[in-house]
Design a protein around this ligand. Sequence first.
Ligand code: 3H9
Length: 699
Amino acid sequence: MSDKIHYQVEDGIAVITIDNPPVNAMSAAVRQGCWDALERLAADASARAAVLICAGRTFIAGADITEFDKPVVDPWLPEVVEKFEAAEKLVVAAIHGAALGGGLETAMGCHYRCAVPGARMGLPEVHLGLLPGATGTQRLPRLAGARKALDLMISGRQINAKEALEAGIIEKLIDGDLRAGAIAWARELLDSGAPIKRVSQLDIDASDADTAFFAEYEQNLARKARGFFAPGQIVKCVQAALREPYREALATERRLFNECKASTHSQAQRHLFFAEREAAKIPDVPKTTPAREVNNVAVIGAGTMGGGIAMNFVNAGIPVTLLEVDQAGLERGLGVIRKNYSIAVDKGRMRAAQLEQAMALLSPTTDYADLAAADLVIEVVFENMDIKKQVFTRLDEVCKAGAILASNTSSLDLNQIAAMTKRPEDVIGMHFFAPANIMKLLEIVRGEHTAGDVIATAMAVAKRIRKVGVLVGVCFGFVGNRMFFPYIREAQLMMLEGVPPQRVDQVAFDWGMAMGPHAVMDLSGLDIFYKLNNEWQDRPDDPVYCRMTSVLTEMGRLGQKTGAGTYRYEGRKAMPDSQVMDIARREAQALGVKQLEISDEEIIERLLYSMINEGARVLAEGIAIRPGDIDVIFVNGYGMPRYRGGPMKYADMIGPDKICAAVEKYRARYGDLWWTPAPLLEQLARAGSSFQAWSEQRK
Ligand code: 3H9
């Protein structure tokens, strides 16, 4: 038997223990081990029943995701689950930690299930672009009813043991020692003559899932899961469960699972699963690096961004001192925070008492001396180097030794900011994304002198406030904005070339972006981009560069906030504005920009490939540690859909050679300034390699 499975008999009950750290994934060795254990159980006269349990911190967390790109090794998971069910001796699954995906499917193959109260369960395959393909789409509806099963599989959410008990997914909660409790329960079941309950033989409660329900469900899904492939496949599996006999429906599940597994969506989403975990690993800052204690935080600037940042800490129960230059600004800021929390109360996401508790964690001040005790100070002032320098000079005077001094700059040179202090090792960038209380991304910027434990602390803080922290290096715009600028630049140029903004936005939206580039600019404010362009010290001299941003900003058309930007607004609804295209034509004429017929394919190439080309430079310069980090940044901070995998995974799936050829095509049209292929892109194209392979080789 595999060394990942232990088999022991205790007073007539066989205990089959899976021991495959870290999360007991159902790898080939575990599957074979389970198979062998079940054979042994059948032949073992000393065992009347069995308990399936796991060693370590969790029950089975699912199929082994690393195996999905390799040929299937028998026995495949669905066969193992079926073998559990077919056992002639009663098998009880004993769950602690999390029973996820193939883990819960294995438990549902067992005849009875018990769990400790702290256990969690779910079928999160959808997040990997998959469906529960080890009989889960057929078993969960039989235990929990069609509607509940559908909701759990489409949301991928984890439920606690109590909810699982109420839903009929498990039959018993065990307080205290799980192993002893499960063995005792198995014995009880035997003694009471409980039948071997095979889930596949149960009927499905479909009383609340008629044709009209499915029609409405699919309609909602088209909106909520726009563009994703797997959710629709899951619906089909549940419909098959209701219409077809178990075996036939299982064949449907198998076919639809294989379609999901082979899809680019699943490749992309599985890539992100590992990329998000890898992003937390910093090669020269080992996991053992002790983080500094962060028990209280100060935020300088109570505007929209500062307030949003403060809310993150308050939500995690961390007290925040909020500093503004004057009382009026402070009161305005606190008012906005209170309003945001009130909206949460109105929507039932927060109780009124919690609102007051949250507000009580905020200490407003206009006096820098009140920052003396802060463990972490985050500066969120105007994006201007002189102002930032003044703030850091002052922080150096008032903050205690060992305090971490962070800047929320979105583009500026952190090293210059750190140089204003006598402790550049304590200075770091923490770049939040608007709206700061909602967006998941936190770019953590490492300066030339930033200490390892300061980096470790910032990464830990990100996790504590439920952000996805990604470490980046110093350059203008860091990783995200630096790569976003070419995307914006091309959208802007296309406007001069005669492509209406609503068309570019629609094409980007249909590709999967949450919003098109023009809509994003109008939302953020064209003036923000205008100021950023002016802060870019070594920006190449190009009169065409983001020309429309300048013209519209100078006209006072700043975006949604002024009722007009690239679009005109009726409330929050963007309306195409023919005046803007008139201006674009006039500007194009003055600048000698030709009017072009541009295909949808070209729109995507210019938006994405310009971004990818910059990404290749970012990687070669070491500004991002790995291509996966860039991908994590774009799906968590820039509204790129997870099923595209992020820009660098997308590049790998298209092929760097094809991207490079397209970049050359645009270079021939526009010249070297913006479209010279990055040396790394050329290198990968020549070698027929990928960003991922390049990154692996460097480890
Ligand atoms: C499936 O089951 C398909 C079936 O329906 C059909 C098949 C036919 N495989 O997250 P952590 C690694 S699809 C391989 O940092 P936590 C992870 O990469 C699967 N590796 O810990 C990391 O490695 P490293 C459905 C896995 O405590 C380490 O374990 N299941 C797997 O924060 C620790 O992970 C899921 O989608 C895996 N399945 O969270 C559940 N899972 O240390 C996926 C984890 O080298 N897993 N690893 O970076 C999770 O959600 C979390 O890992 C879990 C623990 C909640 C379990």
